[in-house]
Design a protein around this ligand. Structure first.
Ligand SMILES: NC(=O)c1ccc[n+]([C@@H]2O[C@H](COP(=O)([O-])OP(=O)(O)OC[C@H]3O[C@@H](n4cnc5c(N)ncnc54)[C@H](OP(=O)(O)O)[C@@H]3O)[C@@H](O)[C@H]2O)c1
Length: 327
């Protein structure tokens, strides 16, 4: 089968190649998926650049990407919840990475039937970003009437998070640039803050939750707008001690400034590293079928243009998700 593989670390244009490789093996808990569409995420560009060699070591060559939608072609001996011919979607586990390929084997615990009312391309756009938003906001204990600040509302994660937070009855603030303000409003955000012309810190006061999808100065600044007893959840900022343990860093300490801010403001800080989860994808399937959440796609590229798609992603300006049509 054909697969887009990482052949060395470095620039996107120099580091990838379309290789002819054998179909992945199907273990007892796996389903073999004929890939219809895949989606790419910022983590792919970090892997290509070699920035995650310590946290997520992978062999070279490795097939790329995590998001998939497609058709079940084979099931392992212990798989009882899927049948050949099922239409599915998944964020595949780390060790099964490689959805920019004609086939991928996936542990069935990470798979769900795809929402019935959307295309394969739309379904592929959902898993990694959707699971990140759901798991982050649920970790923060989101509930009705919470005031939630979601940074980068026009991004893959942010555009899903706004819609998910609205299903929970939260009041949603979000940040984006001028040209995205109108369409982000249509996702349901109550107050869209144009970061080119407005200072979100003078608008958001006493938030129950800040969802930090930007990192850098935004992580510490979250404590300026959080209420006492609130929670800052970050998917980009420093690891916390619990998440560091997941990566085997047992002696890790939260950076002193964050520990001080958290104590001074009596607000918790939590780093989230999303995890594959078929049951969470089932929940998302229902929300999509009930038309409470819709997929947001920037561009669909054909498989042969995957490298251009990754360059587009790396610009950091995508409006929603970038999808690759495989078949
Ligand atoms: N820890 C985890 O498990 C996990 C999981 C998923 C993602 N992540 C991380 O989360 C981040 C977001 O991911 P993503 O997929 O949403 O990325 P993305 O889709 O590439 O984000 C692009 C969006 O970010 C917006 N943006 C950039 N700078 C901004 C700013 N200063 N203020 C407001 N919006 C800004 C851009 O809007 P404008 O063009 O309007 O600026 C653009 O629409 C990435 O760093 C990713 O690595 C982590």
């Amino acid at each position: 089968m054909k697969a887009l593989q990482l052949i060395k670390y470095g620039e996107i244009k120099d580091s990838l190649a379309f290789n002819e490789i054998s179909k992945p093996p199907v273990q007892s808990k796996d389903v073999l998926i004929e890939v219809k569409a895949a989606a790419i995420n910022p983590i792919d560009k970090s892997i290509i650049a070699g920035n995650l060699q310590g946290l997520l070591p992978i062999p070279i060559p490795s097939s790329m990407a995590y998001d998939v939608s497609g058709i079940v072609l084979e099931t392992g001996d212990e798989v009882s919840n899927f049948e050949i011919g099922d239409l599915v979607y998944s964020r595949v586990p780390q060790e099964q990475m490689g959805t920019l390929a004609e086939y991928v084997s996936v542990n069935s615990a990470a798979v769900s039937k795809k929402p019935g009312n959307i295309s394969f391309a739309e379904a592929a756009s959902i898993p990694l970003a959707g699971l990140t938003a759901l798991q982050s906001l649920e970790n923060a204990g989101i509930k009705e009437n919470d005031k939630v600040l979601i940074h980068a509302g026009s991004g893959g994660v942010g555009s899903f998070a706004i819609q998910y937070a609205k299903t929970k009855g939260a009041y949603v603030y979000t940040t984006t640039s001028t040209s995205n303000v109108q369409w982000v409003k249509k996702l349901g955000a109550d107050r869209v803050i144009d970061y080119k012309t407005e200072d979100y810190k003078s608008i958001v006061k006493g938030a129950d939750i800040v969802f930090d999808t930007l990192g850098q100065n935004y992580t510490a600044e979250a404590f300026e707008v959080i209420k006492k007893g609130g929670k800052v959840v970050s998917v980009v900022g420093p690891l916390d001690e619990e998440s560091a343990k997941m990566f085997g860093m047992n002696d890790y300490k939260l950076p002193a400034e964050l520990a001080r801010l958290s104590a001074d403001h009596e607000a918790l800080y939590k780093f989230i590293f999303m995890h594959p989860n078929g049951s969470h994808l089932e929940e998302i399937k229902s929300l999509i079928e009930d038309e409470k959440i819709k997929p947001i796609i920037d561009t669909i590229y054909p498989f042969i243009k995957s490298i251009d798609a990754l360059v587009h992603l790396a610009s950091g300006r995508a409006k929603g998700k970038i999808v690759i049509q495989i078949n």
